[in-house]
Design a protein. Structure first.
Length: 298
């Protein structure tokens, strides 16, 4: 009788363990399935600062069963390489962002052009060169040079490249007496422009975010037309061969949504009283039929 009691006890324990394991396995499976409804997006600050990204995500989530989890920072590709995200949204090119090695080393699929962010000319109080309202960036730089108004170089590689291009287009005017390089970038350039009543260039959304945080009312910005003053942004889905646990299907669905003509129209129409003109331009037509490649980046 004692043996039967012990045996029954052992079987009961084993049954409980088996049931617990089954329950745990079922919970794990459900958790994995639930996780596939979340798309982990890593993005640089530009589209989030402007307010556009929140609008796009809200519409995507209302139309699908997916939820987008957003992380914002500079080292977006490092997070992607560590397996922390499913898709990256960043500017294309520029060595510190790492789009090229991310794809070439097989971490991501072919990047898809989504939109372009716009850069603008910071205008000091009084606008001594009288450029407010102009739409031609070459004419803006020419007037600044002709009026000998102080212009502070933005030594961020992208902004510096744009100004060099405009300078050549304007006839390479003598820089003596108006063009100042103080080895400054971005927010520091804005501070210097305010203190020295000077012009400069910076991204539209970053400038407005800086104004909101500092309370600056001295400076304004003009957003000229043309490709020189815009920066292409791409979406890059991680390579499923490298990251088999990633929600690649959800990431692709999100990118396809961004490339839809309706969404591209929303990007073009996005405006705010925070900006003098639309801060983003649609770029979806720069892809091959808007399709996302299923192959690796090698």
């Amino acid at each position: 009788m004692k043996r039967l009691t012990i045996s029954a006890f052992v079987f009961a324990i084993l049954g409980a363990v088996s049931l617990a394991e089954s329950s745990w396995a079922q919970s794990a499976t459900q958790a994995a399935q639930q996780d596939k409804t979340t798309v982990r997006l890593a993005t640089v600050r530009t589209p989030r600062d402007g307010g556009l990204l929140d609008e796009l995500i809200a519409r995507f989530e209302s139309r699908t069963d997916y939820r987008v989890e957003v992380s914002v920072g500079k080292l977006v590709y490092e997070d992607a390489k560590a397996g922390k995200v499913d898709v990256v949204l960043s500017h294309f090119g520029h060595s510190h962002l790492g789009v090229e090695p991310f794809v070439q080393e097989g971490y991501g699929l072919w990047p898809q052009a989504v939109l372009s962010s716009r850069d603008g000319f910071i205008i000091p109080k009084g606008d001594p060169a009288k450029v407010a309202g102009l739409t031609d960036p070459v004419e803006i730089l020419r007037r600044i040079a002709e009026s000998r108004s102080t212009f502070i170089a933005n030594d961020d590689e992208s902004h510096n490249y744009a100004v060099e291009t405009l300078w050549h287009a304007a006839g390479s005017p003598d820089r003596e007496g108006w063009y100042v390089d103080l080895d400054a970038k971005n927010s520091k350039v804005a501070e210097l422009a305010a203190s020295k009543n000077a012009y400069s260039v910076w991204g539209a959304t970053a400038f407005k975010d800086w104004q909101d945080k500092t309370g600056d009312t001295q400076l304004s910005m003009v957003l000229p037309d043309g490709p020189v003053m815009s920066r292409l942004m791409v979406a890059d889905v991680v390579n499923p061969e490298r990251f088999p646990e990633a929600n690649v299907e959800g990431a692709k669905a999100f990118v396809q949504f961004l490339l839809e003509p309706e969404t591209q129209a929303q990007i073009a129409a996005f405006k705010s009283d925070r900006f003098p003109a639309a801060p983003f331009l649609p770029a979806g037509r720069n892809n091959v039929d808007g399709a996302i490649s299923s192959g690796s980046g090698n």
